[in-house]
Design a protein around this ligand. Structure first.
Ligand SMILES: NC(=O)c1ccc[n+]([C@@H]2O[C@H](COP(=O)([O-])OP(=O)(O)OC[C@H]3O[C@@H](n4cnc5c(N)ncnc54)[C@H](O)[C@@H]3O)[C@@H](O)[C@H]2O)c1
Ligand SMILES: O=C(O)C[C@H](O)C(=O)O
Length: 368
C-alpha cells in the first residue's frame, strides 16, 4: 500500500479510533458524540467494559452490542482490545463500538460513561478459593476505580472481579477517599448465583432426586426466581429456597442438596475447566442480564428488581447481597430479606461470619 494513498489514510483513520492520541482527544470526543447521535439515538446509554478481551469480557461485549439500550460501547483491556473491538464492531446493531488498549487509554475509555462493567482480573484454578485472587485483583480493581473517580464519577458500576465480597468494599473505599462515593451506584454482580439457582431448582431437582417438587415440572427456568442473598463465595452464597417464585416446596434433603450445589456452582465449573479458568459464558449471560436491568432502571422503568451485593442495612454488615430495586440513580431501594426458615437463619449466621472478614479485608486494603 502506498503511503499517503486513500487506503492508507482510511486505515490510519480506523486506527486513530482504536487508539486515539491524546492530542486528538477533543476532536475524537466530538466525533464520538456525533456517532452516538446518528447511530444510537438520544435515549441510548454509554457503557464501558473493563477487561473486555477476557473470557467474560468478550461474550459480554457481544451481548451488550446486541442490547438496544446501548448507544456507545467502550471495550478496554490491557491486551487484545483492538482485535475484539474490530470483531464486535462488524455486528450490524446500533451501538457504536470503540476499543481502548492499556493504562494510557483508560481515561478515554471511561469519559462520560453511564455504566461501567468490570470483569477485569484473574480467574481461579482448581484448588483455589476466590479469596486467593485477592492479591492480584484488589490492585486491578483499585486502579480501575481511580479511573472512574476521574472520568465518570456518576456512572453506575457493576463489579464482577473476584473476590466480590472484598472488591466491592475496595471500590467503595476508593470512591470515599476521592469524595465521589454514592452507595447507590456501586453494585457487586451476584446474578450468576441467581441464574444457577433458577436453573438447578428446575433441572437438577427433577433429574437427580425423586422429587416432591413436581410443581415446577415443565416450568421454563427463566420464569423461576430464587432470591440469593449474602455474598458471592462459598457459604456466603445463601439461596432462599423458601421464597422461590412460583412457590414450591422441597424436602430437607432437597434443600440441603440444592443449597450446596448453588454454593459450589463456581467450583463445579472451575474443576470442569481443569485449569482453563472459571465460568465465562454463563457469567457473561448473567452480567448482560444484570447490566440490562441497571439500564432499564436508569431509563426509569418501574419495578426492576434483582439481587446484588450492595451497601446495605439489611443486616449489621455494611455490605450484603439481597434484592434491590433499580432506578434512575442505581439502587433505589434495598429490599428486606423477608421471612427466613430455621435452616436459612442458621446458614445466614454462617454467611455473615465469613462476609465480615472479607469485607474488612477489602476496606483495610485501601485504608492501610
Ligand atoms: N462475580 C461473578 O459471579 C464472577 C463469575 C465469574 C468470574 N468472575 C471473576 O471475573 C474475573 C475475570 O474472569 P475471566 O474468566 O474473564 O478472566 P480472564 O483472565 O479470561 O479475563 C480477564 C481479563 O482482564 C484483563 N485485565 C487484567 N488486568 C487488567 C487491568 N488492569 N485493566 C483491564 N483489564 C485487565 C485481562 O487482560 C483479561 O483479558 C475473575 O476475577 C473471576 O474470578 C466473577
Ligand atoms: O467460581 C469462580 O471463581 C468464578 C465465579 O465466582 C463463579 O461463581 O463462577
Amino acid at each position: 500500500m502506498q503511503p499517503g494513498s486513500e487506503a492508507s489514510r482510511r486505515i490510519a483513520r480506523i486506527n486513530s479510533h482504536l487508539h486515539p492520541p491524546v492530542s486528538q482527544m477533543e476532536e475524537t470526543s466530538l466525533l464520538r458524540r456525533a456517532n452516538c447521535r446518528s447511530k444510537g439515538g438520544a435515549s441510548g446509554f454509554k457503557v464501558a467494559i473493563l477487561g473486555a478481551a477476557g473470557g467474560i469480557g468478550q461474550p459480554l461485549a457481544l451481548l451488550m452490542k446486541m442490547n438496544p439500550l446501548v448507544s456507545v460501547l467502550h471495550l478496554y483491556d490491557v491486551v487484545n482490545a483492538p482485535g475484539v473491538t474490530a470483531d464486535i464492531s462488524h455486528m450490524n446493531t446500533g451501538a457504536v463500538v470503540r476499543g481502548f488498549l492499556g493504562q494510557p487509554q483508560l481515561e478515554d475509555a471511561l469519559a462520560g460513561m453511564d455504566l461501567v462493567v468490570i470483569p477485569a482480573g484473574v480467574p481461579r484454578k482448581p484448588g483455589m478459593t476466590r479469596d486467593d485472587l485477592f492479591n492480584i485483583n484488589a490492585g486491578i480493581v483499585k486502579t480501575l476505580c481511580e479511573g472512574i473517580v476521574k472520568c465518570c464519577p456518576k456512572a453506575v458500576v457493576n463489579l464482577i472481579s473476584n473476590p466480590v465480597n472484598s472488591t466491592v468494599p475496595i471500590a467503595a473505599e476508593v470512591f470515599k477517599k476521592a469524595g465521589t462515593y454514592d452507595s447507590k451506584r456501586l453494585l457487586g454482580v451476584t446474578m450468576l448465583d441467581v441464574v444457577r439457582a433458577n436453573t438447578f431448582v428446575v433441572d437438577e431437582t427433577l433429574q437427580s432426586l425423586s422429587s416432591s417438587s413436581a410443581e415446577v415440572l415443565g416450568i421454563d427456568p427463566r420464569d423461576v426466581n430464587v432470591p440469593v442473598v449474602g455474598g458471592h463465595a462459598g457459604v456466603t452464597i445463601l439461596p432462599l429456597l423458601s421464597q422461590v417464585n412460583p412457590p414450591c416446596s422441597f424436602t430437607p434433603e432437597e434443600i440441603s442438596y440444592l443449597t450446596d450445589r448453588i454454593q459450589n456452582g463456581g467450583t463445579e465449573v472451575v474443576e470442569a475447566k481443569a485449569g482453563a479458568g472459571s465460568a465465562t459464558l454463563s457469567m457473561a449471560y448473567a452480567a448482560a442480564k444484570f447490566a440490562d436491568a441497571c439500564l432499564r432502571g436508569l431509563r426509569g422503568d418501574a419495578g426492576v428488581v434483582e439481587c446484588s451485593f450492595v451497601a446495605s442495612q439489611v443486616t449489621e454488615l455494611p455490605f450484603f447481597a439481597s434484592k434491590v430495586r433499580l432506578g434512575r440513580c442505581g439502587v433505589e431501594e434495598v429490599l428486606p430479606l423477608g421471612p427466613l426458615n430455621e435452616f436459612e437463619r442458621a446458614r445466614l449466621e454462617k454467611a455473615k461470619k465469613e462476609l465480615a472478614v472479607s469485607i474488612q479485608k477489602g476496606v483495610s486494603f485501601i485504608r492501610k
